[in-house]
Structure formats: structure tokens, C-alpha cells
Ligand binder design. Structure first.
Ligand code: CP
Ligand code: NVA
Length: 315
């Protein structure tokens, strides 16, 4: 079997993404029933987790997920490995991938993870780069399907035609939403302050009809099935913090914005959140918010992703 990497959302096809959601539902049901599901136990499979930026959810979801599936984990950070002492990324890839079965990386530029993947003998998963956060969007869409399933039972039918509103920075999350929209046939309403717009080329999409740009974030929320946002300052951009606080002041998801979305609209945030900045407490802690399911689902979709990359399609 040739190596499959998951560096961007579009590295799986729509069909494979639908399959992954079905597997995630099966794997989640096993977890909830406290039943063993250990396809990585014999032979034991090892996952290397490489973090060049901080993490809570990504680390816990991959690490707990891998152990629950019967495998093992090696955890590396820039500070405690040669990665922080200028060893070429190509050499790190050659060495690490000779000893483990799978690698997840959280880093800065997308080109860095691409270089690692080029020299890796094993599949590489993007655990967040400056440009993309594909595992998070898998979890977000899976959460949407769980809360608003299609009558057909097909997860892709629950996503097709939906309106997702993005309020805030044209960042890694926004870019990944655009890729997902192009592939799975839904529309993203994007509202960012000027200077922080999304860029179709950077997002890696060919068809601009999958998103619409709105100056006013409230206008963008009209008719939305899902309203979602993220921090004003992503990791790696901390030097811009003050300028961003001023520029983003009106891009706070509040109850007025939720009121113009569909009555059954959901609210999501990849977390960590800053209440009073990009979202009010009333919204994130309110009845339309599904952020805790969204966070938990990181683990279930990533288990399905690791299964697909290591074992291929099982059904
Ligand atoms: N959403 C997310 O990726 O969270 P962490 O930064 O805690 O991993
Ligand atoms: N956009 C945020 C997401 C954190 C999970 C960041 O890159 O810091």
C-alpha cells in the first residue's frame, strides 16, 4: 500500500471523508460502551507526536486515542529534541519514520510538514500549521452530523448545502473550512476585519463559489446552520496581539449574531477560547454551543483517521 499523508483537508476524497465519519461513529460507540477496540495492539503500532507549538486537545486526543487503540506514543517537542537545535527537518523525518508507524506534527509553515512528509517512510498527519488545521475541521463536521443528521443516514448528506459562518481571522481554521466547503459542497460565509481576509490561493481552493465575503459579521450570520469563530491571535502571531485586539473588536460572536442565524443553528469554537473577545460567555456557554462535543470528537475522528492511514478501508 502506498503511503497516505493527511497534510490538508483535501488529502482525503469526499467519499473517504464520509467513510471516516462512519468509522468515527462506530469507534465512538465502542468508547462510550467501554468496549475494547484495539486494531493497533498486535502488532503494536507507534505514533510519534511532534509539537513545535503548545497544545492541550491535540495532544490528549491523539495520545489517549492511540493508547485506547492498543498502540503506543512517543512525544517530542522543539525544546526537548534536536528539532529545536537546527537538525534539518529532512533528517528528522528520515530517522523518526524508521522507528514509528505514524507521525503527527504541529508546526509553523505548511512547507515544513510537507518537507517532513516527503522524507518520511510512514504517514504524516497535520496537527495544525499556520495555514491549516484539518483534524479540527474533521471533528467540527462530524459534530455537525451528530447534532443535525440527514434522514438518509449518509453523513455527507447532512453537510451538503449547509451554510457555515466564519467570524474572525482568515487563519488556519478559516482556510480549512474553505477546503472542506469546496470538497463537500457547502457554503462558508466569511467575515473578517480588513487586513485579515481569507485568500483562496493560500487556502488551496480552485472554486471561489464555495464562500461569500461579508463586511458585517452579523450579516454573515443570517441564515447560518453553524456559526463558528477562533482566537483573534493564533499561535506564532503574538507580536501582533495589540493591533489585532483593536482590529477585531467588532468580531465577537454574541447573542445578536446568533439570533439572525437559523433557529436551530449550532455554535462551535476549536478552543482554547477567550470569553469576551471572539465570543461572549452567553454564546459559548449557551444552549446552541456544542464546543465540548466538538472537542471530544477530535479523539474519535482522529482514531478513524489513524485507522484509515495505517490499515486502509475496512468496510
Ligand atoms: N483545538 C486545538 O487544536 O486545541 P489545542 O491547541 O489545545 O490542541
Ligand atoms: N488558530 C488557532 C487555533 C488553535 C487550536 C492557532 O493557530 O493558534
Amino acid at each position: 500500500m502506498s503511503i497516505r499523508h493527511y497534510l490538508q483537508f483535501k488529502d482525503l476524497t469526499a467519499d473517504e471523508t464520509g467513510y471516516l465519519f462512519q468509522r468515527a461513529a462506530f469507534i465512538k460507540q465502542k468508547f462510550k460502551a467501554v468496549e475494547k477496540y484495539q486494531p493497533f495492539a498486535d502488532p503494536d503500532r507507534t505514533l510519534a507526536l511532534i509539537f513545535e507549538k503548545a497544545s492541550t486537545r491535540t495532544r490528549v486526543s491523539f495520545e489517549a486515542g492511540m493508547y485506547q487503540m492498543g498502540g503506543s506514543v512517543v512525544h517530542l517537542t522543539t525544546g526537548d529534541s534536536q528539532l529545536g537545535r537546527a537538525e534539518p527537518i529532512e533528517d528528522s523525518a528520515r530517522v523518526i519514520s524508521r522507528m514509528v508507524d505514524l507521525v503527527m506534527i504541529r508546526t509553523y509553515e505548511q512547507t515544513k510538514i510537507e518537507r517532513f512528509a516527503e522524507f518520511s517512510r510512514v504517514p504524516v498527519i497535520n496537527g495544525l500549521t499556520n495555514e491549516f488545521h484539518p483534524c479540527q475541521i474533521l471533528a467540527d463536521l462530524f459534530t455537525m452530523v451528530e447534532h443535525r443528521p440527514a434522514a438518509s443516514g449518509n453523513p455527507l448528506d447532512a453537510i451538503k448545502g449547509k451554510v457555515v459562518t466564519w467570524v474572525g481571522d482568515g487563519n488556519n481554521m478559516a482556510n480549512t473550512w474553505l477546503q472542506a466547503a469546496e470538497m463537500l459542497d457547502f457554503t462558508v460565509h466569511v467575515s473578517t476585519p480588513s487586513g485579515y481576509e481569507v485568500d483562496a490561493k493560500l487556502a488551496g481552493i480552485g472554486d471561489k463559489s464555495c464562500f461569500k465575503v461579508f463586511k458585517d459579521p452579523k450579516e454573515a450570520c443570517k441564515g447560518a446552520d453553524l456559526v463558528t469563530t477562533d482566537v483573534w491571535t493564533s499561535m506564532g502571531y503574538e507580536a501582533e496581539n495589540e493591533a489585532r485586539r483593536k482590529a477585531f473588536a467588532d468580531w465577537c460572536v454574541d447573542e445578536d449574531m446568533m439570533a439572525v442565524a437559523k433557529p436551530d443553528a449550532l455554535f462551535m469554537h476549536c478552543l482554547p477560547a477567550h470569553r469576551g473577545e471572539e465570543v461572549t460567555s452567553e454564546v459559548i456557554d449557551g444552549p446552541q454551543s456544542v464546543v465540548w462535543d466538538e472537542a471530544e470528537n477530535r479523539m474519535h475522528v482522529q482514531k478513524a483517521l489513524m485507522e484509515l492511514l495505517l490499515l486502509g478501508r475496512l468496510a
